[in-house]
Design a protein around this ligand. Structure first.
Ligand code: BGC
Length: 245
């Protein structure tokens, strides 16, 4: 089955057709910068453009950087606030003329890792943290997703964890790998104390530099980099749509 996967992020909107049986991208991904301000109408237009680029007529899965309940966005940390309570599923459906399944972006990345990546066949509690502009999390118990965990926003030293330990924070504060790894470690230790994962998968663009920070982490859980890297969001969004179609 082929599904168009679209990963909507704070800086870019990327899409590619995915073979959901193998996890392969069937064409190079197409990326368009996220419009600023990232209001619903403008973002939906770009989602429509991505579908048009592939001449797409069929199911679409979209990962979105917010809590998504039954297609409706409920939060907006790194996207325009007017998304709150917007029916993303309906909006993207109109913009593309196709049925669209919308899920949280970290949940999508987690699904890709559980099916095709570092979490494949793993039982017990698996936590995936995507590290980018924000800190996104997804949690699986024996392969089953608990959707919309927003553990990127737990407080550390009276501050939103995302503002301390995301990749955006590393760049903004020009932190060395050592300093940033220590912040990430504090964050993961807190999460470990709360949900005791057996396996932690670290994803997002920064995971390609995993050798610079994973060896510095002190959590008890096994920590591994994501295997589907930059494509996790696209592949996972397509998997989510496949389960609806
Ligand atoms: C949002 C999450 C999202 C994460 C990664 C956070 O700021 O609250 O919903 O998964 O960023 O994009």
């Amino acid at each position: 089955m082929e599904i168009l996967g679209i990963d909507i992020g704070g800086s870019g909107i990327k899409g590619a057709p995915v073979n959901v049986k193998t996890g392969e991208l069937l064409a190079p991904r197409h990326r368009i910068a996220t419009p600023q301000p990232s209001k619903p109408k403008a973002v939906a237009e770009v989602v429509g453009e991505v579908a048009k680029f592939f001449n797409w007529q069929g199911p679409i899965g979209a990962g979105f950087p917010a809590v998504i309940q039954h297609g409706v966005a409920r939060t907006a940390a790194n996207i325009h606030k007017s998304w709150i309570n917007t029916d993303a599923m309906q909006l993207f459906g109109k913009a593309t003329g196709c049925p669209v399944t919308v899920v949280n972006d970290a949940d999508a990345a987690g699904m890709a890792e559980m099916v095709f990546g570092a979490g494949k066949g793993r039982k017990g509690v698996v936590l995936l943290v995507t590290i980018g502009t924000g800190l996104g999390t997804s949690v699986f118990v024996d392969g089953l997703l608990l959707p919309n965990t927003e553990f990127g926003h737990i407080e550390i030293d009276c501050e939103d964890a995302e503002l301390r330990a995301s990749d955006a924070a590393r760049k903004e504060h020009e932190l060395s790998w050592q300093k940033w790894a220590s912040r990430l470690d504090t964050y993961l230790l807190r999460l470990e104390a709360l949900i005791w994962p057996d396996l932690i998968i670290l994803g997002g663009g920064v995971s390609k530099n995993h050798k610079k920070f994973i060896p510095r982490l002190t959590v008890q859980a096994e920590v591994v980099p994501a295997e589907t890297l930059n494509e996790a969001g696209i592949i996972g969004a397509a998997i989510a749509a496949a389960s609806q179609n």
